[in-house]
Design a protein around this ligand. Structure first.
Ligand code: SF4
Ligand code: SF4
Ligand code: FES
Length: 531
């Protein structure tokens, strides 16, 4: 661990760090454009120049590694003059776009101008060098060449991360532009990460442009539910609507990136198909009813079938989109009823791309591993269905499990057609819900606290960004209310996610010693990796 001095403060940092990272560890910001910790170092923007004692010239911090006894000054007069000069240079040809630029509010030119420059331009406005604007380069990207600071982060991302190399720098001097090769478009499954790493408004996302000023957006840390990778994300939302998912750094799961499909997966969470009130099948129609009446009916049905046919007459399916807490609560409810008929259900579209060599997993269910760790057989639906087909199982509770879509209608009818009573807990109207006797609306994973376990056995925390729509409730609350309302249920089911997690940690060896609050930003591994 080399000892050095940064801005007159003695510090000790891990060997091998560059000065940007070393200073960051000590709470000192060194401004930079081209440096990104997950890309190669090119040292072309010169924004990170700092003074290093005994070096005759200023050094670029991104390409200078810490050494024993080094004395670094990031705020000396020489450094400040260099920072002002670099910013003045970058702004010579930069357009006056801030009022109409989507990057405003999170632009490193704006931020650094205010922090390190604050001087009027010595160049005439009318003599700016104009370049291409609002160019659709494919991949959902819009390119504004005038705004580009030529940091080459985007080209390095496509060269080094996706290995697709769609972008390059063309022309020379102040005519330099980022562009695609003639006749080509950006075409890869991770293209929108360049919007995140572009430090200015040169690359923006077509689907987000002009939708919302970023300073109105609230950020909630969560996990993408698009596949079993479980990439760490931030939900950016305003007044109960999600405007975008952004990647959140998790070195154990996704590094700095997410896939474009996962980035856009929030759209399905706020579709017009969202259920907003309990519905009951009556005269071949689904009619709304009050929650109290719905829960009373569901609890009465559980008691009725248990009494008349035995506990085994009741079964449950937890979809692999359920959180760990929801799946555990359902398992506990079934155990309290006395039935061991519980299974998991995972489903991925047949035409979905398979595993790629970066992040995307063929299994589009975010919590298959979590269900397995809780001891729920994720391939057990057919077994349940055979019990229903044989008339042994009369009632089924299906949570986040679109059985019709997963099995196909004919197979669903063959297996589950003989059921007397189907209780469905789901977020959206779907064909399984249409077959339900009672359909209870529940919160999407962005609207609740809880956790997912990814395919590697990493348990990561979900945070409630805002309330679910209409009268939808958290599935845990619904299960706890069912348990409370049904007189036959002896084992209590907790109501909050952290309390259910505590019950789960006490009951399931894979979660032993973990707490929901203790998962932190990067999650924690299962204690006993399952399956
Ligand atoms: S488009 Fe953005 S990321 Fe690419 S070189 Fe220009 S400023 Fe850098
Ligand atoms: S790889 Fe999977 S978890 Fe990650 S962003 Fe894409 S869909 Fe979401
Ligand atoms: S960040 Fe060091 S030269 Fe660009």
């Amino acid at each position: 661990m080399p000892k050095l001095t940064i801005d007159d403060t003695p510090v000790e940092v891990p060997d091998g760090l560059n000065l940007i990272e070393a200073a960051r560890l000590c709470g000192v910001e060194i401004p930079h454009y081209c440096y990104h910790p997950a890309l190669s170092v090119v040292g072309n923007c010169r924004m990170c120049l700092v003074e290093v004692e005994k070096a005759p010239k200023l050094q670029i911090a991104c390409n200078t590694r810490v050494t024993e006894g080094m004395i670094v000054r990031t705020r000396s007069e020489r450094t400040k003059a260099a920072q002002r000069a670099v910013l003045e240079f970058l702004l010579v040809n930069h357009p006056i776009d801030c009022p109409v630029c989507d990057q405003a509010g999170e632009c490193k030119l704006q931020d650094y101008y205010m922090d390190y420059d604050r001087q009027p331009s010595r160049f005439e406005l009318g003599r700016k060098n104009h370049k291409g604007k609002a160019i659709d380069i494919g991949g959902g990207l819009m390119l504004d060449q005038e705004r580009c600071v030529l940091c080459a982060r985007c080209t390095r991302f496509f060269d080094e991360v996706t290995h697709t190399s769609e972008l390059a720098i063309f022309e020379r001097g102040d005519h330099n532009v980022i562009d695609t090769s003639p006749g080509h478009k950006v075409d890869n499954a991770y293209a929108l990460n360049t919007v995140d790493i572009c430090p200015v408004g040169a690359l923006t996302e077509k689907d987000f442009r002009f939708r919302m000023r970023v300073w109105y957006l609230h950020q909630t840390a969560s996990v993408c539910g698009g596949c079993e990778r479980g990439c760490a994300i931030e939900i950016h939302h305003h007044r109960g609507r999600i405007y975008r998912f952004k990647p959140r750094h998790n070195p154990e799961v996704n590094g700095y990136w997410i896939c474009d499909a996962g980035r856009h997966s929030f759209v399905a969470l706020q579709s017009e198909r969202r259920l907003v009130a309990p519905l009951r099948q009556a005269d071949d129609r689904m009619a709304p009813l009050q929650w109290d009446a719905a829960l009373d009916e569901a609890a009465a049905k559980i008691a009725e079938y248990q009494r008349s046919h035995g506990a085994g007459a009741i079964g449950a399916v937890a979809g692999a989109h359920s959180t760990n807490e929801e799946a555990f609560a359902l398992k506990r409810l079934m155990a309290a009823i006395g039935s061991d008929r519980i299974a998991g259900l995972g489903w991925s579209p047949a035409d979905a791309p398979g595993d790629d060599n970066l992040l995307v997993r063929a299994n589009r269910n975010p919590n298959t591993r979590g269900l397995a760790a809780i001891g729920i057989d994720v391939d057990g639906v057919e077994r349940l269905g055979e019990a229903a087909a044989a008339g042994e199982m009369k009632m089924l509770i299906a949570m986040r499990a679109d059985l019709v879509r997963a099995l196909g209608e004919a197979e669903f009818v063959r297996l589950f057609g003989p059921l007397d009573y189907l209780l469905v807990l789901d977020t959206d109207a779907n064909e399984t819900g249409q077959m339900a006797n009672l359909l209870l609306p529940i919160a999407a994973y962005t609207e609740l606290d809880g956790s997912f376990t990814n395919f590697n056995g990493r348990v990561q925390r979900l945070n409630r960004a805002f309330d679910p729509p209409g009268e939808a409730r958290s599935a845990i609350e619904v299960i706890a209310a069912l348990a409370g309302a049904a007189p036959i249920v002896a084992q209590p089911v907790a109501v909050t996610a952290s309390a259910v997690f505590a019950q789960m940690a006490a009951a399931e060896p894979a979660f032993a010693g973990l707490t929901l609050d203790g998962l932190g930003q990067h999650g924690a591994p299962l204690k006993i990796p399952a399956g």
